[in-house]
Design a protein around this ligand. Structure first.
Ligand code: HEM
Length: 510
């Protein structure tokens, strides 16, 4: 009899316990939000939609639909993570750069990717805005001054690399053949980024390839279908299958990339000859306040993070620019006449940017139209915030929804049309950075953690475009239809890329 009773109790427990857990979860999900919390999707449907979108890498599309429904600011809680999306440029400026909030929204928090890939978070992205991050940013700016506007060295290295690329383009386009643009452009780009880090062209192509291989492995790990799972269940990295494979690939490729970017540089370091970013960091190891650099992992973390931050963004800008230009012959003609007038036959220089407003406007419009980095900033609130009439709790992830407002008709007329003129005034000059139209473009983020690579990125894109259009006309491919340049057709990933494409390059006769 006693046995039957205890069996009954055990049976009941089997049912009661999961029931209680389910009730707790339902109660948690359906619990009304405090009234001052911004509007947004709620409950199981929110988590379900987000999971589905993460799986298809289409969170930006979902966030745009939600922005239509909920307005300028939206908040939701999914799986215990609090999110606040800023759907207008004004609110993004207020929350991330305004005097009241800037100090409270400059942190980022570490995650599985940053801890696993960058030595337990010794990078320069997923970090709090503390003294170490500030010093790393300062050194980065000091280092890139070696490559800044008008510095001969920068122009020479980019110029030489682009010239090698032009020779390859000429060879490949012989007989009016189609050229695989993504291949040719990517090759030049990877060398330029190696030069940025090390100050020298790698002695052989396999070194540059090894760094790209590492970068691709990190990107694979960062893709939403893998990273979301590893964040929730880090132990999955030990279970045979795609999660373990992704982690192993990062470790395997990291060893060689580190040797090229760091170990060799450290062994040949000469304080009298500072070659690139790696040397600037090595140079400061003995300076007061920079003792943290004695830990090699901090330097390795910054160098490998920089390649990661620079590579896919630069690739996306240049490839989107060419694919869009292939669809806009009139824009190409305008750019070429500007190049011919200002530059003529010599090699373009960064200082030519000041006299080439149309080309500058094209670059800004490529950034706006393609918005290949769709959801920006990814900051964490340090304290509770009262923003306008809303309350945003401490430890909320703040995301700038550029995918939405870079094409919101409230800010841009004909938003899905590629129109460089929108960034020019009535006399054809580029609008100043504080012009209201320019202020609505936030491709490089905003506030204390704004992208430190903007100057470098924009100068390099300028040199690529002008040097190529000076020498070649762009024509659609002969062997296949030209792919669409509409941003909806970009390959969906953290930083969206164009699908591979071909075109013909016909040598210009001036
Ligand atoms: C068109 C190209 C690029 C775009 C659109 C871009 C965009 C961004 C954005 C949106 C952020 C976050 C900013 C924020 O939170 O406010 C960022 C951060 C960053 N970017 Fe870029 N970026 C580009 C190129 C580069 C390049 C070439 C480099 C390096 C040479 C670079 C290095 C970084 C670094 C280190 C950070 C993190 C800064 C920090 O957390 O303090 N980026 N970038």
């Amino acid at each position: 009899m006693e046995d039957v009773t205890s069996a009954n109790i055990i049976n009941c427990c089997w049912w009661i316990l999961p029931g209680l857990v389910a009730l707790y979860v339902i109660n948690y999900l359906l619990k009304p939000y405090p009234s001052k919390i911004p509007p947004g999707p709620r409950g199981l449907s929110c988590t379900w939609q987000l999971l589905k979108a993460s799986w298809n890498e289409s969170v930006p599309e979902l966030a745009a639909r939600w922005a239509e429904t909920y307005g300028p600011i939206m908040y939701f809680n999914s799986g215990g993570v609090r999110f606040c999306y800023l759907n207008t440029p004004e609110l993004s400026r207020l929350v991330l750069a305004g005097d009241r909030f800037r100090g409270l929204t400059s942190d980022r928090v570490g995650n599985f990717l940053s801890k696993f890939t960058w030595y337990d978070g010794k990078d320069l992205f997923f970090t709090p805005y503390d003294a170490i991050t500030r010093k790393k940013r300062k050194l980065f700016h000091k280092a890139t001054a070696l490559y800044g506007d008008g510095t001969e060295r920068f122009e020479r290295v980019v110029g030489e690399e682009v010239e090698r690329m032009l020779e390859e383009m000429e060879r490949r386009s012989e007989g009016d053949q189609d050229v695989q643009m993504d291949e040719v452009l990517s090759r030049a780009l990877k060398f330029i980024l190696c030069i940025l880090i090390n100050g020298e062209r790698p002695p052989n192509e396999s070194d540059a390839d090894a760094i790209v291989e590492y970068d691709l492995a990190v990107n694979r790990l960062a893709s939403e279908d893998i990273h979301l799972v590893l964040m929730a269940a880090p132990w999955m990295r030990y279970v045979p299958g795609k999660y373990r494979a992704a982690c192993q690939k990062v470790l395997e490729t990291r060893a060689r990339a580190e040797t090229i970017m760091f170990t060799r540089m450290k062994e040949s370091f000469d304080p009298k000859n500072i070659r690139g970013i790696a040397d600037v960091f090595l140079q400061h190891r003995d300076e007061p306040g920079y003792e943290f650099l004695k830990d090699d992992e901090h330097i390795k973390g910054v160098l490998t993070l920089l390649f990661f931050a620079a590579h896919l963004t630069s690739r996306a800008t240049i490839l989107h620019a060419f694919l869009i230009l292939l669809h806009h012959g009139d824009v190409v003609k305008n750019m070429q006449s500007e190049v011919d007038r200002v530059v003529g036959e010599r090699r373009p220089r960064v200082e030519d940017r000041q006299s080439m407003p149309y080309t500058e406007a094209v670059i800004l419009e490529v950034l706006r139209y393609s918005t290949f980095f769709p959801l920006l900033c990814i900051r964490n609130t340090k304290e509770n915030l009262n923003v306008e009439s809303y309350f945003i709790p401490k430890d909320t992830l703040i995301i700038v929804n550029a995918w939405y407002f870079h094409r919101d008709p409230k800010y841009w007329d004909d938003p899905w049309k590629f129109k460089p003129e929108r960034f020019l005034d009535a006399t054809g000059q580029i609008l100043p950075a504080d012009n209201p139209v320019r202020k609505n473009l936030l491709s490089f983020g905003i506030g204390n953690r704004m992208c430190p690579g903007e100057v470098f990125a924009r100068s390099r894109v300028f040199l690529f475009l002008t040097q190529i259009l000076q020498k070649f006309d762009l024509l659609p491919p002969a062997t296949e239809p030209l792919g669409s340049c509409h941003p909806d057709h970009s390959v969906k990933m953290l930083v969206r890329q164009t699908p591979p494409f071909r075109c013909r390059l016909r040598k210009r006769t001036l």
